[in-house]
Design a protein around this ligand. Structure first.
Ligand code: NAD
Length: 299
């Protein structure tokens, strides 16, 4: 059993902390939202009044926060956690943030004798609840091996992509491809429907042809084609349009810093921005099809 500090108990962090408790670890939690802390305490976690209190005596510190600025504010500076975490403890940031930000925090951690890995996740809230997340890790291999038992309590797959920041780069590459493919699939289904095709029949054909993808087979954007897809329940649940927009923004920053062209990623980013502006920011990202299909036909 290990003593773990868990900071950030939102949609993802809450169920991830619950799985660490289920695996028998002693989990000390902090979130700015008291109700999130209460929910974890009901499952056996120890509430702490601050992140600094939570990390006292911890073998590992796990953070699951919204964005780069939250992670930097948590760890860096004179009042930051890196000044409080015991040297020898391991810090694991599971938030999706800019690769450059992950590298900055990890370098500051190393300067204080704290090993740190970036371990953003794929699998969404369902994967967090089921303990089947994929961890996409950047950092030292020895640090990852120390983290592995804790990661395996929360997920099923662990991929080591390289040094600090590499986990974030890989996560952004995956999500950029996903964002492009979803928009392209929506466009194809809308074109077929505009010519009178049945989107379900078109999807069934594509799912065994070269246009197949997760967007045709699992998260089909056309309402009613797949019973369990967000599109069939008013685009509720799933992966929010604005989270996809955030990840595509990070991909655009990463592309600029490397001088790497991402014409389709940039186009997709603008489509999800327009979709959010149309009032669908909180809906599943597959609702981007509504920009492309005739209103009366999709949704
Ligand atoms: P969320 O907004 O539900 O949760 C974030 C939590 O962090 C909130 O409870 C907030 O109160 C807390 N928080 C913020 N600043 C804090 C601080 N200084 N100290 C303590 N708590 C603080 O977000 P989420 O959906 O859980 O996502 C978390 C991260 O995981 C994001 O980076 C997101 O991009 C990524 N992610 C989300 C999903 C998803 O499907 N939701 C999937 C994969 C990755």
């Amino acid at each position: 059993m290990s003593r773990i500090a868990f900071i950030g108990l939102g949609h993802m962090g809450g169920p991830m902390a619950a799985n660490l408790l289920k695996a028998g670890h002693e989990v000390h939690v902090f979130d700015l939202v008291p109700a999130a802390v209460d929910a974890a305490v009901a499952l056996g976690a120890h509430a702490q009044a601050s992140a600094a209190d939570a990390v006292r005596g911890a073998d590992a510190v796990i953070s699951m926060l919204p964005a780069s600025r939250h992670v930097e504010a948590l760890y860096l500076g004179d009042d930051g956690l890196l000044a409080r975490i015991a040297p020898g403890a391991l810090a694991i940031d599971c938030s999706t943030i800019a690769p450059a930000s992950a590298q900055k925090v990890a370098a500051a951690a190393a300067a204080r004798g704290v090993a740190m890995i970036d371990a953003p996740v794929s699998g969404g809230t369902a994967g967090a609840a089921a303990g089947t997340l994929t961890f996409i890790v950047g950092g030292d291999a020895a640090a990852l091996e120390r983290a592995r038992p804790w990661l395996e309590a929360m997920g099923r797959n662990v991929f080591h992509m390289g040094g600090n920041g590499a986990g974030q780069v890989a996560k952004l590459c995956n999500n950029m491809a996903l964002g492009v493919i979803m928009a392209a699939t929506g466009e194809a289904l809308a074109l077929g429907a505009a010519h009178g095709l049945d989107p379900a029949a078109l999807s069934k054909m594509m799912a065994v042809s070269t246009g197949r993808s997760w967007a045709t087979e699992v998260c089909n954007p056309w309402p009613g084609v797949l019973e369990n897809a967000p599109a069939s329940r008013g685009y509720s649940g799933g992966f929010g349009n604005d989270l996809m927009l955030k990840d595509l923004g990070l991909a655009a920053e990463a592309a600029m810093s490397a001088g790497s062209p991402i014409p389709l990623g940039e186009l997709a980013r603008n489509l999800y921005a327009l979709n959010g502006r149309a009032g669908r920011g909180g809906l599943d990202f597959s609702s981007v099809i509504q920009l492309l299909a005739r209103q009366e036909s999709a949704g």
